[in-house]
Design a protein around this ligand. Structure first.
Ligand code: DGL
Length: 268
C-alpha cells in the first residue's frame, strides 16, 4: 500500500474566517493540497440556531466529501460547537474546540481562561464544557462578540472603530484576571492587533489555526493521516457559495504569503 495520499485536505467556514486556519495549515504543511469552502451565501452562522448550523455544516461536509478530500478541518468554531463527530463515513473530521481548549490549558498559569466567540458558540458552552472535561479546576469566562465577524469580513483590522468595539467587549472579561484568551471564532485572528492592544502582552492569545495544526502534525506522525509525497506542486483552491470581489480581495490579504491557485463559485 502506498504511503502517499495526494488528495487535498478540505477546510470549511461560513466565510473568510477559516482562511486564518487555511493559512496556518498551508504554511505548516507545504506539501499538502487544500480545498477551502466558504459558505458566504449563508454567512453568518453565529446568529443561527443549533439545528441550522448543524444542517449547513453537514451539507458542507458532504460537499467536500464528494470532492474526494482525505480529511476535513472544520475551520469554524460555531460549526465545531454543533458537530462533535470525529469521523463522517470513515473520513477524519477535525473540530477546533478541543485543540483550542487543550492549547489554552497548556499556556495558562493561573487556570483563568477567557473565551471569545459568536453567540451560538458561547450559548453552546462547548469551550467551557471541554475545558472542564480536561481540567475541572480551570475557570472559564466567556463573551459573545457578534460585531467582530462583520468587522473582520469588512477587513477593518486595526481600525479605530474596531479598537473601540474590542475595548467594549473585552473590558468586563478582563476584570476576571484571565491570563489566556481563546479567540473562539476563526474570524477573530483577523482583528488580532486590535485585540492584543486591549489585552496587553501578559495575556496569551490562542487561535484555532495554530491549535489545529498541532493536531494534524500529530496525526501525520502517528499515521492517522497519510502525507502527500508526490513531486507535483500542491494546489490551494478556494470555493465560495456566493460571488464577491470583496471576498477575493480580503482573502488575498489574509492568506499572504500563501497564494491561492483558484477562486470559484460552487452550488452545494
Ligand atoms: N468563523 C466562524 C467561527 O469560527 C463564525 C462566523 C459566523 O458567524 O459565521 O465561529
Amino acid at each position: 500500500m502506498s504511503n502517499s495520499d495526494s488528495r487535498p485536505i478540505g477546510v470549511f467556514d461560513s466565510g473568510i474566517g477559516g482562511l486564518t486556519v487555511l493559512k496556518e495549515l498551508a504554511l505548516q504543511f507545504p506539501q499538502e493540497s487544500f480545498l477551502y469552502l466558504g459558505d458566504t451565501a449563508r454567512l453568518p452562522y453565529g446568529s443561527k440556531s443549533p439545528q441550522t448550523i448543524r444542517k449547513y455544516s453537514e451539507q458542507n461536509i458532504h460537499f467536500l466529501e464528494k470532492q474526494n478530500v482525505k480529511a476535513i478541518v472544520i475551520a469554524c468554531n460555531t460549526a465545531s460547537s454543533q458537530l462533535t463527530e470525529k469521523e463522517f463515513d470513515g473520513l477524519p473530521i477535525y473540530n477546533v474546540i478541543e485543540p483550542g481548549s487543550q492549547r489554552a490549558l497548556e499556556l495558562s498559569q493561573t487556570g483563568k481562561i477567557g473565551v471569545l466567540g459568536t453567540r451560538a458558540t458561547v450559548n453552546s458552552q462547548a469551550y467551557t464544557k471541554k475545558i472542564h472535561e480536561l481540567n475541572a479546576k480551570a475557570e472559564v469566562f466567556d463573551q459573545a462578540c457578534p460585531l467582530f465577524v462583520p468587522l473582520a469580513e469588512e477587513g477593518w483590522d486595526s481600525d479605530p472603530v474596531t479598537n473601540l468595539i474590542v475595548f467594549r467587549y473585552l473590558s468586563p472579561l478582563l476584570q476576571n484576571h484571565i491570563d489566556t484568551l481563546i479567540l473562539g471564532c476563526t474570524h477573530y485572528p483577523i482583528l488580532k492587533n486590535s485585540i492584543a492592544r486591549v489585552t496587553g502582552s501578559s495575556i496569551e492569545l490562542v487561535d484555532s489555526g495554530e491549535a489545529i495544526a498541532r493536531w494534524l502534525e500529530r496525526d501525520f506522525k502517528e499515521g492517522r493521516l497519510k502525507p502527500n509525497t508526490e513531486s507535483t506542486p500542491r494546489r490551494i483552491d478556494i470555493m465560495t457559495t456566493d460571488y464577491s470581489s470583496h471576498f477575493t480581495e480580503v482573502a488575498h490579504r489574509i492568506l499572504k504569503p500563501v497564494k491561492a491557485d483558484d477562486f470559484r463559485i460552487v452550488d452545494l
